[in-house]
Design a binder for this molecule. Structure first.
Ligand SMILES: Nc1ncnc2c1ncn2[C@@H]1O[C@H](COP(=O)(O)OP(=O)(O)OP(=O)(O)O)[C@@H](O)[C@H]1O
Length: 682
């Protein structure tokens, strides 16, 4: 197999050990899971890690591969601590099969192995050769079969195949034989025995079938976060006069309990007295009981020059490309979901244009007109009302109010008996009595439960009525027909693009983390930065299609005007999509659970929509809130988009470049925050 260009030559572990754990502690909050644990995995041997459920085996393995940080102590894996700059653990030196299946359900067996092959830098010929071997060896079904259609045992074998793929120097297998039939289990052990014979490969394996661990070169018996004993299985059985390894383990537990009760001060049930470690020239016929700290060891100093450090943090295009291909393959396998992603913004903006901002239709209004003459002012004023929106029903005073109270009419409009003469007096005379003012006014009583539509209607018609005193000329910007829809559309487009991106990103990362896929990729050598960049790039593709469809609909179907540069419009909407992706990344890096991630995404939706001046102008917001509003990602951006589309302004205008600057600022902030949180949490 062609060696990876970046792979360093195989590095023997320190003093012939592949893994050394010294005084390792790890807690989950208050729960102390690993407590001063010492463990040594000799180079070129199989190490069976045994222990009851919940004793901390998986936690220890995660600390060894570097997906969990230890609280105290020291771990070296193949010569260096995990994740040390330039070290390929995590990376291609280690093959990790986690306890969770950690497989992409939409992938075929072939896609799965090809994906990990790409990350490990294998050529396609090498990947193909390994794939053929593994399919045959692990008795896998056809390579083209989707993972989601495999049985539990078959999925487990594919997961094992992914760990074995690149022929790593260290294999960490967390319960690989669960759900595997005895024949295949024997075959897997036989394979492990074979590969360690070269002396270059070391294996750590956990299993609940204690007896199968007799094939291991060394077994470690773990309990309550500590190693009770470490040694050759046969020797351990002899030592305890036990016919099986399981019995030997039971005896060890009993002894440990007795010692624990004698030394009640011991925090975790007591540990047998200290003994030797593997590197100290131990007689291998004797098991190591009570793996204590051993003689005081001087910890080696590790160093890496700045070039190695820089290369370590720089994203690798190979990994980013592998992740992008992964997302594309998954999208292709879920065409329904992809179409939904493309069409959802289109549906949302269509509904908004159709249902928001239009004039009310067929509102029944009671008219009580006490003037009888057909040439009266009241008749001419009533004729100004738009009859397509308002249906006037002429009624008596009593009928009008009883109908309005019964909810049949949305308003009652009343004219006094002498309306025309009083109105004339009001216009001619400078000072008139209250009776004349009252009698010369139109009296309107509204059902305020529908005040928005009616107020709007009457205020519009009021200007019509007042034509004799006001003349509305051609607007400076916009058109005479500009309505609420025109105002709200730019902000709504940004908001829809932003929130769809938040939703998709927040959930996809949370699900990947929950299924162990993120950890698996991380152990394969994918960094947080690469994960974030790959996600950004693949989501940008989705956003681009969404933006194109949105604009086609807005400009061609709903005829929303655009006086400015289409490039600027597309750029701003696209950048707001990136803000959504990066905010989704923050949510998904900080939150583990789908429900909470959903709540966080939804929780910010309404406050942001309302306070960003998308629905109602920022100028109407009370002062302290207005300052918050101005700091939000969509306030200045919506204003900028309105300026581009309706005023035709370009980047030279402050209101436009400010929208871009704020959006870019938020993007940078969210991406950095997401990377920092992801880094801190792994
Ligand atoms: N993410 C977590 N948060 C809080 N507690 C955890 C977490 N993961 C594991 N634990 C707890 O840590 C302890 C050790 O868990 P771990 O999975 O390491 O055990 P294990 O020996 O691998 O068990 P099993 O053999 O059943 O897989 C358990 O008590 C478990 O409940």
């Amino acid at each position: 197999m062609k060696a990876d260009e970046e792979a360093p030559p195989p590095s023997p572990g320190l003093g012939g050990s592949a893994i050394r754990c010294r005084e390792v502690c790890r807690s989950y909050g208050e729960l102390k899971v690993l407590s001063n644990l010492n463990l040594t995995v000799p180079q070129g041997q199989i190490y069976g890690l045994l222990g009851p459920s919940g004793c901390g085996k998986t936690t220890l393995l995660k600390c060894i591969v570097g997906t969990l940080k230890i609280s105290r102590g020291h771990i070296s894996v193949l010569g260096k601590p995990p994740a040390f700059p330039g070290h390929q653990v995590p990376g291609r030196m280690v093959g990790y099969m986690p306890q969770d299946l950690a497989l992409y359900n939409e992938f075929t067996i072939s896609d799965t192995l090809t994906f990990f092959g790409r990350i490990h830098g294998l050529s396609s010929t090498d990947t193909q050769a390994r794939m053929d071997f593994l399919v045959d060896f692990l008795d896998l079904p056809q390579k083209s079969k989707l993972v989601r259609n495999l049985s539990g045992g078959q999925k487990r074998r594919v997961s094992l195949g992914a760990a074995l793929l690149q022929n790593p120097q260290l294999l960490i297998l967390d319960e690989p034989t669960v759900g595997v039939d005895p024949v295949l289990r024997a075959k897997i052990w036989q394979h492990l025995v074979e590969i360690v014979k070269t002396g270059k490969v070391s294996v750590v394996i956990t299993t609940h079938y204690i007896e199968e661990a007799r094939q291991a070169n060394v077994v470690g018996l773990m309990r309550n976060g500590r190693l009770l004993a470490e040694g050759h299985p046969e020797t351990m059985m002899k030592q305890h006069n036990a016919p099986t390894l399981e019995k030997a383990f039971l005896q060890l537990c009993e002894t440990s309990d007795q010692v624990g009760s004698k030394h009640s001060t011991s925090p975790l049930g007591g540990v047998l007295e200290s003994s030797q470690s593997f590197e100290s020239g131990r007689d291998e016929s004797q098991p190591i009981l009570g793996v204590g700290p051993g003689p005081v060891e001087e910890l080696p100093k590790y160093s890496a020059d700045w070039k190695v450090r820089v290369r370590h943090v720089m994203p690798k295009w190979r990994n980013i490309a592998a992740l992008i291909i992964k997302t594309t393959v998954r999208m292709k396998r879920m065409p329904g979901s992809l179409c939904f992603q493309f069409l959802l913004p289109v549906i949302q903006i269509s509904l908004m244009c159709l249902c928001i901002g239009g004039d009310p239709k067929e509102i029944q209004v009671a008219v009580v007109n006490n003037e009888t003459s057909s040439s009266s002012y009241s008749q001419s004023l009533l004729s100004f009302l738009d009859n397509s929106s308002v249906q006037q029903v002429n009624l008596s005073h009593a009928e009008a109010f009883s109908g309005a109270y019964n909810g049949e009419y949305w308003a009652v409009i009343g004219f006094g008996k002498n309306f025309t003469s009083y109105l004339t007096k009001r216009m001619i005379q400078q000072q008139v009595s209250k009776e004349v003012v009252d009698g010369g006014s139109v009296h309107v009583r509204l059902d305020q439960t529908s005040k928005l539509s009616l107020r709007r209607k009457y205020s519009t018609d009021y200007f019509s009525l007042s034509r004799f005193s006001f003349q509305f000329e051609e607007p400076i910007y916009g058109s005479m027909n500009s309505d609420f829809t025109t105002f709200v559309t730019p902000g709504a487009v940004l908001s829809i693009t932003f929130y769809l991106a938040v939703g998709l990103t927040a959930l996809s990362f949370v699900i990947e983390r929950k299924e162990g896929l993120m950890d698996r990729c991380w152990v394969a050598g994918v960094s947080s930065l690469e994960t974030v960049l790959a996600h950004l790039i693949s989501q940008l593709f989705v956003i681009s299609i969404q933006v194109i469809l949105l604009l086609l609909l807005m400009l061609l179907v709903f005829k929303i005007p655009n006086e400015g540069s289409l490039v600027l419009v597309i750029a701003l909407i696209g950048l707001q999509g990136v803000t959504g992706i990066s905010f989704g990344l923050v949510i998904s890096s900080a939150i583990d659970d789908e429900q909470n991630a959903n709540q966080a995404a939804l929780g910010v939706f309404y406050p942001n929509l309302i306070v960003s001046g998308i629905i109602w102008p920022v100028e109407c917001i009370p002062y302290p809130l207005r300052y918050i509003s101005l700091a939000l990602p969509q306030t200045y951006a919506s204003e900028a988009l309105r300026c581009i589309m309706y005023r035709g302004w370009g980047l030279s205008r402050m209101m436009v470049w400010r929208g871009f600057a704020v959006t870019l600022g938020w993007n940078t902030f969210f991406v950095i925050l997401a990377i920092v949180i992801l880094k801190l949490r792994t």
